[in-house]
Design a protein around this ligand. Structure first.
Ligand code: NAD
Ligand code: TDX
Length: 341
């Protein structure tokens, strides 16, 4: 099988490419990635010399490029996106361009050659749950509440529209929060782990009681594999870890694993519009495709921390670069709020 993977230099995409090349040695993968601040070819050093792997630097919004790459491809697995909620609050425009327009460009390119299209999406499209609400499932009405989740919801709707209108063979997976190796250190778990390894404090938003459902990346890769190969065309599959945790719970576990105490936690101003709780029912994917998460949270977190300990070069390079400029401004504002509140 020949795959076009978009966003394959990012966190989940790079894990997915390595997973696929390892599991299916006869497959080939073209990785289309523009290398934004979140794209990093170092994530793919193990794949670089694989004859089945090819990297193309480019924008998913470039229709000509998309047409040329789709020519002899069996399926597109679409990861490329702007993915960080905090950035979407500061400036939504790149989110609309890449996540909405970019997805539509790829759909058009896929339609021209009737290519199978798998869209990698998020639980955030469903909105936010109260403490006693049932977890999201495939029939939950959409209710995105951040510019990021609104852009992903729009892209999901477009993917489904191309199925209904043009009969394009699509599937969608909506997954909960991922963690694991190569996650960019602006996201919660890698930010906390690397800050503590550097002897810094960790910024906990609001009261720390927001709940996320966590899944180890490799389990997510296995779920996408299952949907790509065995999913029913036109269908959506919800993916999650059956692992709801408050942020403060996770912060405390990381502190313990790194031998730190709670004085390292810095309560800071809350995220605007911060969704309170995400949880996902995995009934459909487990019953229909036999997929279940395999890595439990304690084991996955241990492995993740070990990876960040052993790959300091990877994240030090990122953290000392300019990607954090936006973050430093935001962080100062949050700290000032915490001091004067
Ligand atoms: P990431 O930010 O680590 O990587 C995104 C990648 O897309 C980067 O390599 C970037 O260079 C590339 N990219 C961005 N704009 C592009 C463009 N215009 N053209 C080509 N490439 C472009 O993201 P991630 O965390 O790996 O997430 C991957 C996908 O999975 C996203 O679609 C995201 O919405 C979805 N998702 C993520 C999570 C999570 O917890 N991280 C959970 C559920 C779903
Ligand atoms: O410094 C922080 N302090 C903090 O308390 C950061 C970065 C986050 N948080 C909180 C906010 C959230 O409640 O931790 C939780 C997780 O935050 P993020 O890592 O930013 O993830 P989230 O906003 O939940 O979105 C993630 O999961 C769904 C991904 O970034 C999305 O791409 C994915 O779709």
């Amino acid at each position: 099988m020949k795959l076009l993977v978009t966003g394959g230099a990012g966190f989940i995409g790079s894990n997915f490419i390595k997973y696929i090349l390892n599991k299916y040695p006869d497959y080939s993968v073209v990785n289309l990635d523009i290398l934004t601040y979140a794209g990093n070819l170092e994530n793919l050093k193990e794949a670089k010399n694989n004859p089945g792997y090819k990297f193309v630097k480019g924008d998913i919004c470039d229709r000509e490029l998309a047409d040329s790459l789709v020519k002899d491809i069996d399926a597109i697995v679409h990861f490329a996106a702007e993915s960080h909620v905090d950035r979407s609050i500061l400036d939504a425009s790149p989110f609309i361009k890449t996540n909405v327009l970019g997805t539509q460009v790829l759909l058009e390119a896929a339609r021209a050659k009737d290519v199978r299209f798998h869209h990698v999406s998020t639980d955030e499209v469903f909105g936010s749950l109260g403490p006693d609400d049932e977890p999201f499932n495939e029939n939950t009405p959409y209710g995105p509440r951040s510019p990021y989740s609104a852009s992903k919801a729009a892209s999901d709707h477009l993917v489904r529209a191309y199925f209904h209108t043009h009969n394009l063979p699509i599937t969608i997976s909506n997954c909960t929060n991922n963690y694991g190796p190569y996650q960019f250190p602006e996201k919660f778990i890698p930010l906390f782990v690397t800050n503590l390894l550097e002897g810094k404090k960790v910024p906990l938003y609001g009261d720390g009681l927001n709940v996320r459902d966590w899944l180890y990346t490799e389990d997510h890769c296995r779920a996408i594999d299952a949907v790509l190969h065995r999913g029913k065309i036109g269908e959506t599959y919800c993916v999650g870890g059956n692992c709801e945790k408050t942020n403060i719970e996770i912060a405390k576990t990381i502190l313990k694993l790194l031998d730190k105490d709670e004085s390292s936690i810095e309560p800071v101003k809350d995220r605007l519009g911060h969704d309170r709780r995400y949880a996902m029912s995995i009934k459909k994917i487990s019953e229909e495709l036999g997929w279940q998460p395999e890595v439990n949270f304690e084991e996955g977190l241990q492995k993740t921390i070990e990876w960040y300990k052993n790959n300091e070069n990877w994240w030090q390079k990122i953290k000392s670069g300019e990607y954090l400029d936006y973050y430093k401004v935001q962080y100062c504002e949050r700290n000032a709020h915490a001091r004067y509140a």
